[in-house]
Design a protein around this ligand. Structure first.
Ligand code: ZN
Length: 338
């Protein structure tokens, strides 16, 4: 049999939601519907998200995170020990931006599966490999107010425990890849070394599926653009954390490269891992040419064995314009096969 052509493809996770489902081009949108109508609209949006990826040539698809209001808070809403109603305004990602966040008010418990029905639905509809994304323990802790544990590490391991329970259910439902999103890793290097990797490994412990960790420079929102502008000519965050990620149990690390100032040679620090390389810039509305996508992949392949390179987006596309996001998916699929 001939070897497969081109690179494998995936996306970081989220896609924009249709205007009939939720407010558009915002990070914490309000739903347009409620009750059974909202549930049906989420399923329809998931059908579209999966279909658009498959038609664009994405080989490992997600549900586009169409059923959650936000990649962290969607998971927290269903847990015991969280007060999702009483929001606290807090600086997150080391005060990069302010958000209204839920509070930990008691022992964290998963009283029921959180995303199981969504995963089952996406599994039924997707024809190929299905990835499901969940927030990582450190990023969860960094995106809420802790009035109970009052210690980031203790809280992170409490979330790792419930993530592990959730992941078992998702894998039993046929999910092929679980990805933990840890943008906070790019901010708190010492904590990544001290307990961040251990918390990820605890969430993945004993799970038989492909495991991924996504670390990025964030959505294309103004606060992140401003932060990136202050990071200097060469972004050295990955150089700090890749050696830590190398010792994690993850099979694949998802990172940002397109349109960034990440020095490509730092990719060599991820030896032994598959690397989902961001070849689509989610902070720019300019749609990449397939040739540009292919060129970014070639740069990555100088530092990572070619068969370990997976073409992906830099980060989630949730707050983007929907048609631009879809055009970028087509560029991703075409570029990976050039
Ligand atoms: Zn991201």
């Amino acid at each position: 049999m001939a070897p497969p052509m081109g690179y494998r493809t995936t996306i970081a996770g989220s896609l924009p939601k249709p205007a009939w489902l939720a407010e558009t081009e915002t990070l914490w949108p309000r739903w347009r519907l409620d009750g059974p109508q909202l549930a049906e609209a989420k399923r329809d949006a998931t059908r579209i998200a999966v279909a658009v990826q498959e038609r664009s040539g994405v080989s490992c698809v997600t549900d586009g995170e169409q059923s959650r209001v936000h990649f962290v808070h969607g998971f927290l809403e269903a847990l015991d020990g969280i007060d999702a109603q009483q929001k606290v305004r807090m600086g997150i990602r080391n005060d990069r931006y302010e958000a209204d966040v839920p509070s930990i008010v008691g022992e964290i418990q998963r009283v029921r599966p959180v995303h199981l029905e969504e995963a089952r639905f996406a599994r039924e509809f997707a024809t190929g490999t299905l990835k499901f994304t969940l927030p990582g323990p450190m990023t969860i802790v960094d995106t809420l107010y802790d009035a109970h544990y009052r210690d980031r590490k203790t809280a992170a391991f409490a979330f790792a425990r419930v993530l592990n329970e959730e992941i078992r259910d998702l894998v039993a439902a046929g999910v092929d890849v679980i990805q933990l999103d840890e943008p906070a890793f790019n901010v708190y290097f010492d904590e990544v070394d001290e307990w961040g990797i251990d918390a990820v490994d605890a969430a993945f412990a004993g799970i038989a599926c492909r495991k991924a960790v996504h670390v990025c420079y964030g959505y294309g929102i103004d606060a992140n653009r401003k932060w990136k502008a202050e990071l200097g000519a060469a972004w050295d965050q990955y150089a700090h954390i890749f050696p830590f990620l190398s010792r994690s149990s993850a099979d694949e690390i998802s990172i940002e490269l397109a349109g960034s100032r990440v020095p490509p040679h730092v990719l060599a620090g991820l030896s032994g891992k598959d690397v989902a390389v961001g070849v689509i810039d989610v902070a720019s509305d300019v749609v990449e040419h397939p040739e540009q996508v292919a060129a970014t992949l070639e740069i990555a392949a100088r530092y990572i064995p070619r068969e370990r390179v997976v073409a992906s987006t830099n980060c989630g596309m949730a707050p983007m314009n929907r048609e631009i996001a879809y055009a970028k998916l087509r560029a991703l699929g075409l570029g990976a096969n050039l």
